[in-house]
Design a protein around this ligand. Sequence first.
Ligand code: SF4
Ligand code: SF4
Length: 459
Amino acid sequence: MLFHRYGKFTGGIDLPEEKQATIDEPISAGPLPDELHVPLNYSDQMPPASPAVSPGQAISRGELLARATQGGLDIFAPANGVVRDISTRDITLTKLRGQSELLAREPVRDWEKLSAEQLRELIREGQLPTFRRPGEAIIDWLEEARRHRSGQLVINAMEDQPFVTADHRLLVEHGPEVIAGASILARAGRIGQVTLAADQQKTENYQHLTAPAQAHGLERVALPRRYPIGADNILLSVLTGREVPCGGKAADIALAIIDAASCFAIYRWVACGDRLAGRVVTLSGPGVKRPGNLFVLFGTNCHELAAPAEGPLVIGGPMIGSVASARSVVGPGCDAVLALEPTSPGVATQCVRCGWCRDHCPTRLNVAVLNDLYELGHVQPANLLGVLSCLGCGVCSYVCPAVLPLTERMRQLKKSLHALPGRDRTAEEKFARHMRRRGTRRRWLARRKKQKQRTTNEH
Ligand code: SF4
Ligand code: SF4
């Protein structure tokens, strides 16, 4: 069997696939825009870098544009060009030259001969963000996994949202590089087991991954598609049976999870010496004239990319994405730009206590009660009801017959909780510690069981 099969999770919804327009479209070069507006940080959670160039300066692809400030990452030029303008949020490059494509490159380093320390040093030098959470540097994510002695690295290639096919095409066309990138991370973080989790309906397209997976000792898992199985916490619980603690991270239960695009970027940097310049973006939706999967340079304006599209543009998928503003640009977290049909959301009414939000919530939150707390302005009790484990998946808003903006309200509750001045974290930390210990005990029991079996077989 090529892929092992695993279980399901409670809740969630079956969404229409809507991927047929782009699923077989090979990755092609995105248009080279007139200007790139390269942000000084990869996300709002990251402090902006300090510009290291001046207006009028000619710049080459991969050259330093801005130097990281405390807790941030360096920003590099995605293309050859000239600096036109520097603002507090971005650097504008003009007179762009070259191609906005994923350049085919031969490996320049034999990374398999490098030690874990040397690999970590290289990854630190690469200054890459994780693509799914662009506020986090890959090296910080890796160090955290190492500190918590994570024993398993999961490559999340589930891509469970309608329309989005960027990671699928990356696996079809560059799967061996993605697997090599995952192996680099596993070796650098001293993580013993690597698992690639993919949609079971697409696995027939990944048969070419058998040899590289075997060569790198990578396990492959096929899972049924049910939204939001691609959410990191849900995927980990389906695969391992372990729950990420409320408001915690995968490292808290000795696991590590990352997306396919980040693995690919790591491979390109470590093996080929190619600085991060762009990413594969799915351009789709009923309003798009030429749907496809494009390699798009960071800093490309989303409206320019989708032109001449009709309807509102959504960045990052219809369930968890956000509506693009006139200044929105492509960054590491932007896996899709969709032109969707304008819909009227309807008028929100009173909660009718149908319970659908709770039934479908993948983390089993009592969303109706949390919504009451939001309406009453009671933030603290929401903590006890576990609002911090909300994934922001959008399922509750999708099913609510009263058209309440529940996901947004959960987000607001989380934000208010984080902002509380004297927030008591003791209970959360105790719970995280308990889960870590439970994980350690589970692994110890599994090891003991194996040893017993081995002894029985020998006798
Ligand atoms: S957005 Fe949060 S509360 Fe709503 S269904 Fe998803 S996890 Fe549950
Ligand atoms: S789905 Fe909407 S109407 Fe039904 S219980 Fe939840 S909040 Fe209330």
